[in-house]
Design a protein around this ligand. Structure first.
Ligand SMILES: NC(=O)C1=CN([C@@H]2O[C@H](COP(=O)(O)OP(=O)(O)OC[C@H]3O[C@@H](n4cnc5c(N)ncnc54)[C@H](O)[C@@H]3O)[C@@H](O)[C@H]2O)[C@@H](O)CC1
Ligand SMILES: [K+]
Length: 215
């Protein structure tokens, strides 16, 4: 069953209010995304992975992936597209404070629009269901860098720049090899297999009771 983005936010909020906190959803999202990626490659040991993250919870999922990938011995660089004090949510900030205690993960922050990496894998955790309007800097430059770089590309929840409700794109958007979306498929995403690549919808532990009166 495909659901709307609005239904997804309602289910997420109801699950949180039941006590299954958003930080647990985020943890499961990042963990299952890494499981799919590791399955794809067999091993990510010594792979150079660059994770671009935005200031919302899509970026939070990307941060969880960074921690798990470090556990799989990947060489992980996280590029926060802004400054840590501007991270929007408690659960994403909480994950950032964890990464700051992990020398195994390289952190890059700020509003730079000049990127110079040679990754084996890029993870796009820039924008998810919270996309609104045309893409602003520094997100725009990050999306351009991703599209210009020849490597494997993995989208967290949805390729950034695509509206997961309609499948329509902003003027800039990423084109990925694999997309893992969470809880249930959002209506617009499967319309754009040209941008998602292999597409999976994965459960993240939200109690089915959180769907009552929503679906
Ligand atoms: N729905 C769920 O149950 C879950 C959602 N999670 C993740 O949370 C994501 C949604 O998080 P958010 O609601 O924080 O939204 P996003 O992380 O998609 O980003 C929203 C932020 O990006 C910025 N932004 C929006 N449009 C922009 C544009 N055009 N140019 C530049 N900046 C722009 C805004 O400042 C906004 O705060 C999902 O996509 C998913 O990855 C997960 O943590 C797991 C649970
Ligand atoms: K994304």
């Amino acid at each position: 069953m495909e659901i709307t983005v609005d239904q997804m936010y309602q289910i997420e909020n109801k699950g949180h209010d039941m006590g299954f906190l958003k930080k647990f959803m985020m943890e499961n999202a990042g963990a299952v995304a890494v499981r799919r990626l590791v399955e794809k490659f067999g091993s990510v040991d010594s792979k150079n992975v660059v994770i671009f993250i935005g200031m919302g919870n899509n970026g939070g999922d990307g941060q969880v992936m960074a921690r798990h990938l470090a556990g799989h011995n990947a060489n992980v660089t996280v590029v926060l597209l802004g400054t840590p004090d501007k991270i929007k949510t408690e659960e994403s900030s909480w994950n950032w404070s964890l990464l700051e205690k992990m020398p195994s993960v390289k952190l890059v922050t700020g509003n730079s629009t000049d990127f110079d990496f040679k990754p084996d894998i890029i993870i796009d955790g820039i924008l998810g269901t919270g996309i609104n309007g045309d893409i602003r800097e520094p997100y725009a430059s990050a999306i351009n860098f991703i599209n210009q770089t020849n490597c494997y590309k993995f989208a967290v929840d949805v390729p950034s720049g695509m509206d997961p409700q309609t499948g329509e794109t902003a003027s800039l958007f990423t084109k990925c090899d694999m997309t893992v979306t969470f809880h249930k498929m959002k209506q617009g995403i499967p319309k754009r297999k040209d941008l998602t690549g292999e597409l999976f919808a994965e459960k993240i532990g939200i109690p089915p009771e959180a769907e009552i009166d929503v679906l």
